[in-house]
Write a protein that binds this ligand. Structure first.
Ligand SMILES: [Zn+2]
Length: 345
């Protein structure tokens, strides 16, 4: 991961962008910046007070050039400044793509200053304020999920406050980074107000199978909600591909059908977490999907501690707040109030 260079990273950004563009011609594409684009990896200094030779200007210039070719209506200013943007996909429907490495604890620049690098959250709040005034629905895209252990605490807390405030217009949030298939429910007290979808990855690191996902979103119609209605995840079984020399992609599972969900509202996701807490068989299905159906010979086993941790992950969107985590573990332990729990990793 450390054997990268500016030239190498830019080449990969360029090739990936061109490949996606070639396979999805004339389809709007909304890229998100990730932690491996930087060189050295993970490092995203504050453009406001960083010496010129240490900035990521070289990277932002390249992604601006590449993304301008696929993102409809992209105004380049914020990409060039900090790797984030906001575009109106169609009247009433806005896409905001974030540079979440300003909230990633492996970005060591945050040890110097953890107060909203590149003024990104300040900008996000202003964008959402304008979107609310204009009656728009918004989808948020990012790389590092806001509740994971390596999310930086200040950023995690402030991001959640913004989600609470704009619950009424934020209709979906999409993240990656962990390589695992998971989700994070956002809660305000006991009420589920949002969910972050964390899709599994193409890369098989951690012995997973390569994966991709198709989301079905409420589309163009009067009174559309722009909510995610369902999603299906596809994988390629790497063991089988090695044995047969054929890469066969197939649907691994469908969310509504396989998790028996009536719909995909935040409270349905919270309900799934509670049901998994009380039903290990249901959790085992989630765990198989979490690993993209990894080869059993290579797959990580999920012992009882892992079971509780993974349940906890599904209800943690602010890593400073473990109340929902304790509640889901209490349900798993069938009502033992006195939870002594320490989050690993
Ligand atoms: Zn990542």
């Amino acid at each position: 991961m450390w054997s990268t260079s500016r030239e190498w990273n830019m080449q990969i950004v360029k090739e990936t962008n061109e490949m996606v563009r070639a396979f999805f011609p004339n389809i709007p594409i909304f890229p998100v910046i990730g932690n491996h684009e930087a060189n050295p990896l993970d490092q995203f200094p504050n453009p406001e007070d960083c010496p010129a030779e240490l900035t990521n200007g070289w990277l932002y210039e390249e992604i601006t050039a590449q993304w301008s070719r696929v993102v409809p209506g992209l105004e380049n200013g914020t990409v060039l400044y900090g790797g984030y943007y906001s575009v109106l996909l169609k009247p009433g429907f806005r896409i905001i793509s974030l540079n979440s490495m300003f909230g990633y604890s492996s970005n060591v620049w945050l040890t110097e200053n953890s107060t909203d690098l590149a003024s990104e959250l300040f900008w996000l709040e202003a964008e959402l304020g304008k979107a609310e005034a204009a009656g728009e629905h918004v989808h948020l895209l990012g790389h590092i999920p806001p509740g994971i252990v390596s999310a930086e605490r200040t950023w995690s807390r402030e991001y959640n406050r913004i989600i609470w405030r704009y619950e009424n217009i934020i209709r979906a949030q999409f993240f990656g980074h962990t390589h695992s298939d998971e989700y994070e429910v956002f809660l305000e007290d006991d009420r589920a107000i949002g969910v972050a979808y964390i899709a599994p990855s193409q890369t098989p690191w951690h012995n997973y199978n390569p994966s991709y996902r198709i989301y079905i979103v409420d589309g163009d119609r009067p009174y559309t909600t722009r909510l995610v209605l369902d999603h299906t995840t596809f994988i390629m079984n790497l063991t089988e591909a090695h044995e047969t020399n054929v890469s066969r992609w197939y649907g691994l599972y469908n969310t509504k059908r396989d998790y028996e969900m009536a719909s995909l509202t935040p409270s349905d996701w919270l309900d799934l977490s509670y049901r998994m807490a009380e039903n290990r068989t249901l959790f085992d299905l989630y765990w198989r999907n979490y690993l993209s159906a990894a080869d059993p010979a290579l797959a990580e086993e999920c012992d009882d501690i892992c079971y509780e941790q993974r349940l906890c992950d599904t209800v943690t969107s602010d890593r400073n707040d473990l109340d929902a985590c304790y509640e889901v573990i209490r349900r798993k332990r069938k009502g033992i109030e006195d939870i002594i729990y320490k989050k690993k990793n």
